[in-house]
Design a protein. Structure first.
Length: 108
């Protein structure tokens, strides 16, 4: 982990953490745990920008895909909940999806 740390060496405030999988997270930490706003990068070219709670995607955020699409909505402990907008990076809306506890229930 690189960035600010507390007396125990745990990331606190703004920091970057890299993982063996090739993923890395840049954002807010509290005692070494992703908490608040962050950006997570994945080896396949995807990235997520938004809120984290206890190292989990939780709250409003946007997931970007390498094919030029992105999905924006609210996650609850890494599960999609409610309405999500699927659009191009340029902002053209492709669909609205409704999710319940991680399960897709409707697409318009």
């Amino acid at each position: 982990m690189r960035g600010h740390s507390d007396a125990n060496g745990l990331g606190t405030g703004k920091a970057v953490s890299c993982f063996k999988s090739g993923q890395w997270y840049s954002g807010d930490f509290v005692q070494g745990i992703g908490q608040g706003y962050g950006i997570e990068y994945f080896p396949n070219g995807e990235r997520y920008e938004g809120q984290y709670h206890r190292d989990k995607v939780h709250g409003k955020g946007t997931h970007f895909y390498p094919d030029g699409k992105k999905i924006t909505g609210v996650w609850s402990m890494e599960k999609k909940n409610g309405d999500f907008t699927v659009e191009t990076y340029a902002g053209k809306v492709l669909s609205i999806e409704t999710w319940n506890n991680g399960a897709l229930v409707a697409r318009k």
